[in-house]
Design a protein around this ligand. Structure first.
Ligand code: ADP
Length: 665
């Protein structure tokens, strides 16, 4: 039957619109109640009419639903962009640390709480064919500083703060090549925590551009700089006012002052892909930098209590400070400290080259001042910048007591005479480890945290590394790790022998290293050990992977020929890996053999050997393997004891403040 339609009284479209036709519904019986006495069939008719009306209304609602218009590609992209701004971490890959499914928020930890409390099932186990490799997975968010930390910090504040200015060629993490960078950042942070005013003057290398936080251009100022030219046997020296730019910023949580020539067109100083990797003349560049650092302090009105210079690169600061700046009444308050991190390089300099500081080298070229004794009788004699700084500094430190003792003897080479004369102002202060970077409880690069009393995570880290590198996944094989520059100083022949010996003894070895002695290692990685399930030779630099290696290792090998301090053996301890070291320099000061009865048991923390032959390292490693093989509660207890060793910068920082104050007296 044809359906008549009518408008339903009292029902309006939810959205009034001229375009939307008014709905029509089926004709229904009037909805007035029936009079008393109506029979059942009347009621049924009324119910049917109401049901029809209801169905028609539902139909209307469906018709009124807005039509879904698909988004254009631009709208979709804009939506994603807005989501990314609202949640930047998600798009930095941090929403999925270590390949996990769930998003992890940065949080404040309770004292002693582990950062990552994964069980075996929570970990997304890596495979060797991941691309990018498993060790480049995004780290966990670092913990937020908590209230407790602030209280602890306040308790450490020195009531009498000093103003310390470091002048250095390196600073971790962005301008680091080796231990020097770690030391400057660690020491500066310890002193900042103690409430001192610390600034670090660093070259503004083009390789760190874009990596400095809060970078600000402060001013340009002139620095006196000489240039030497020679034409047809005639030497000429020209002095220029060299325009220099000063920036401030933050690196590794500390305040820095960055200096570089104002014009890139007129100078290539500090331009290059790496810290020491430019095509400029390094000696000229650092001599200019030393003069610029002093000039910058003068023109910016700084007059610190301490100017702390590092290595040969910054040695000229000590010489110029006393003979030029202080002598002429500028920068009156400062006392100068020199720290020698490695005496391998001493800063050889022709007298004429010193003119890059804007000052003639002639007056420094005497036996008492900076003359290099080895060049006596040459015409003219040369300068040794490190010697000049030893002579001119109020105090000289090196990075461990044993290296200091060695330096006064044969280890100091020709400088031992100068050091001996200066012995009253010379000592070794052991470096520390930066626990904001190296801490098994808080390390965001690990799949699972651990600490003394909760060591389960260490076994998971070992398995994670074995799986990721495609090694035999076996907790019962002792894992030896070596993280090192591959240069003769580090005992490359002993490292080579240790690799094959470990394999022969049924253990596993992972090497992470690079340097000019690395070709034989790269070759072995591609041939003998290419498919080996127990030996992995990784010939490159990876800070992130190094964290996992220390955490996974049972033993960390450091067989250096000489070692001013060494950080890797101390980092190993932070992760409960027992160090196996050659007894030299700082290694002898920090690692005490577990079998040495002359040491209190509590101080014994690793394995150490004398000598430099295969037998010496083999027998030392065999003792370590023996401990591992017969391991029982003892090994766990030793690991926990080693982790409790105090290698912090707080201790070294206090010793430096004691020496800074002694200089002021
Ligand atoms: P040096 O300053 O003589 O190189 P140290 O032991 O004082 O030796 O410091 C070495 C530092 O460099 C440590 O932090 C170590 O972990 C790091 N390191 C060395 N080689 C590598 C590498 N290939 N990848 C990552 N880190 C490395």
């Amino acid at each position: 039957a044809a359906r008549a339609t009518r408008r339903v009284a009292g029902v309006r479209p939810a959205v009034a619109s001229d375009d939307v036709p008014e709905p029509e519904v089926a004709e229904a019986a009037p909805s007035e109640p029936l009079p008393l006495g109506s029979n059942l069939s009347d009621l049924q008719a009324q119910l049917a009419a109401l049901s029809a009306q209801n169905a028609a209304l539902l139909d209307d609602i469906d018709k009124l639903k807005p039509v879904e218009i698909p988004k254009t590609a631009e709208e979709q992209a804009e939506e994603e962009r807005l989501a990314a701004i609202a949640d930047p971490l998600a798009h930095a890959g941090l929403a999925n640390p270590m390949g996990l499914e769930t998003r992890i928020e940065p949080r404040v930890l309770k004292p002693g709480e582990l950062l990552i409390q994964n069980t075996e099932n929570d970990i997304k186990w890596p495979t060797p064919d991941e691309n990018p490799p498993f060790y480049e997975r995004a780290p966990y968010p670092a913990p937020l500083p908590g209230d407790g930390d602030e209280e602890a910090k306040a308790a450490k504040r020195d009531p009498n703060p000093l103003h310390v200015v470091h002048v250095t060629a390196e600073m971790a993490p962005i301008a680091k090549v080796g231990g020097l960078g770690d030391v400057v950042t660690g020491l500066a942070r310890a002193h900042l925590d103690a409430g001192h005013n610390v600034e670090v003057i660093l070259p503004y290398y083009s390789s760190i551009e874009g990596k400095v936080t809060n970078l600000e251009h402060v001013m340009d100022f002139d620095v006196s700089k000489g240039t030497e030219t020679e034409w047809d046997g005639v030497r000429e020296v020209r002095l220029d006012a060299f325009s220099t730019s000063m920036y401030t910023g933050i690196i590794g949580g500390g305040n820095v002052i960055l200096l570089r020539p104002a014009s890139k067109e007129h100078s290539n100083i500090f331009i290059g892909g790496k810290i020491y990797g430019g095509s400029y003349n390094e000696l000229e560049a650092y001599l200019y930098f030393c003069r610029a650092a002093l000039e910058c302090m003068r023109v910016s009105g700084r007059d610190p209590n301490v100017i702390h210079v590092h290595e040969w690169q910054c040695s000229a600061v000590a010489m110029l400070y006393w003979d030029l700046y202080h002598a002429e009444g500028m920068l009156r308050n400062a006392k100068v400290m020199l720290t020698i991190h490695n005496m391998d390089n001493t800063g050889e300099c022709r007298q004429e080259e010193f003119i890059a500081t804007g000052v003639s080298g002639e007056e420094f070229n005497t036996l008492e001042k900076a003359m290099d004794e080895r060049t006596i009788g040459h015409n003219p004699e040369r300068l040794c910048l490190l010697k000049g700084a030893i002579v001119y500094s109020n105090y000289v430190t090196t990075v461990s007591p044993t290296y200091a003792k060695d330096a006064l003897g044969g280890g100091g080479g020709f400088l031992n005479k100068t050091l001996s004369k200066s012995r009253m102002k010379f000592s070794g202060v052991l470096n520390g480890v930066d626990e904001q970077i190296w801490d098994a409880r808080l390390d965001p690069f690990l799949p699972c945290s651990f600490k003394p009393g909760a060591m389960g995570g260490k076994a998971l880290c070992k398995r994670y590394l074995q799986e990721g590198l495609g090694m035999d996944v076996n907790p019962d094989k002792p894992l030896v790790v070596c993280v090192s520059r591959l240069v003769p100083q580090k005992g490359v022949d002993l490292i080579r022998h240790a690799i094959s010996h470990t394999k022969d003894q049924g253990g596993q070895f992972v090497l992470l290293g690079s340097g000019h002695s690395d070709p034989p290692f790269s070759q072995a990685a591609e041939t003998v050990y290419k498919r080996d399930k127990d030996v992995k030779l990784l010939i490159f630099y990876s800070d992130q992977l190094s964290h996992l290696l220390y955490a996974a290792a049972d033993f960390v090998l450091v067989p250096s020929m000489f070692e001013p301090c060494g950080l890797t053996q101390m980092i190993a301890m932070e992760y409960g890996a027992l160090p196996i070291v050659r007894k030299t320099g700082g290694l002898a000061d920090t690692v005490f053999d577990l079998d040495d009865p002359s040491k209190p048991y509590d101080d014994r923390n690793g394995f150490a050997f004398d000598g430099a032959d295969n037998y010496a390292i083999e027998s030392c490693m065999n003792r370590a393997f023996d401990l591992f093989k017969h391991r029982n509660v003892d090994l766990r207890q030793i690991q926990e004891k080693v982790m409790r060793t105090d290698n912090t910068w707080e201790k070294a920082g206090k010793e430096y403040v004691r020496l800074y104050r002694a200089m002021q007296a």
